[in-house]
Ligand binder design. Structure first.
Ligand code: PGA
Length: 249
């Protein structure tokens, strides 16, 4: 069985004060004995404040991005070890906004994945197709290629040890959600691509997950949790989504 996980991607939102308040609220209300692991991904500059606000809770900390390099003359970049030093256990790798807006290639994503695991960070590898690719019936092919690029560099077993998030680009931040059947179809294909070792790989769905649609997604056999953007900025809504995952368990 894959371990259930509920992840909140705060993107480039909030202030030091709002990030701390959100983390404190989650820390107070998230039941430490609950099975799914909860992890939040604040902006880099709020990581230290959020870490403090989460202390004493079981909620893990993650970063939204990392450099593929260990150190050196890379102005503006943040290394995996720097994130470890700040108390991060997780990192998003290859989010579609990084791929589309910051031109990250499959190869760069693979390098970042290796850098993360090399420092003991758990990567959440994000994959997903654009609307055009879906309309051209290329969804499974695109997702398989995105995963294969990382397998080629990191090895199948290392990819199976990570978390993979299927996030259709056309659903992210748009209020559009893949139907539970559409999501399950892609998750099933990812699981098949990973082979035997992939039976315990945690596979998340992301793309406009809300409390009202979470249960139908989480009940799918190959969906082990969610990567939540907009709805994770509201503490109670995020807790309600996490509750749906507990109930599916
Ligand atoms: P969304 O974002 O929930 O706002 O669609 C998901 C994500 O980008 O990870």
């Amino acid at each position: 069985m894959a371990k259930p996980l509920i992840a909140g991607n705060w993107k480039m939102h909030g202030s030091a004060a709002s990030a701390t308040a959100l983390a404190s609220h989650l820390a107070q209300h998230w039941n430490a004995s609950a099975t799914p692991q909860m992890v939040v991904f604040p902006p880099f500059v709020h990581l230290a404040d959020v870490k403090r606000a989460l202390s004493g809770s079981d909620i893990a900390l993650g970063a939204q991005n990392l450099s593929q390099y260990a150190n050196g003359a890379y102005t503006g970049e943040v290394s995996a070890q720097m994130l470890r030093d700040l108390g991060c256990d997780y990192v998003l790798v290859g989010h579609s906004e990084r791929r589309a807006v910051f031109a990250e290639s499959n190869e760069t994503v693979a390098e970042k994945f290796v850098a993360a695991q090399g420092c003991g960070l758990m990567p959440i590898l994000c994959v997903g197709e654009t609307l055009q690719q879906r309309q051209q019936q290329k969804t499974l092919q695109v997702v398989a290629q995105q995963i294969a690029a990382v397998v080629e560099r990191a090895g199948q077993e290392n990819v199976c040890r990570a978390v993979i998030a299927y996030e259709p680009v056309w659903a992210i931040g748009k209020g559009e959600t893949a139907s539970p059947e559409q999501a399950q179809q892609v998750h099933r294909a990812i699981r098949a691509q990973l082979g035997d070792a992939g039976k315990t790989t945690t596979l998340l769905y992301g793309g406009s997950v809300k409390a009202e649609n979470a249960a139908d997604l989480f009940i799918q056999p190959d969906i082990d949790g969610g990567l939540v953007g907009g709805a994770s900025l509201e503490a109670q809504e995020f807790l309600n989504i996490a509750q749906q995952l507990i109930e599916q368990d």
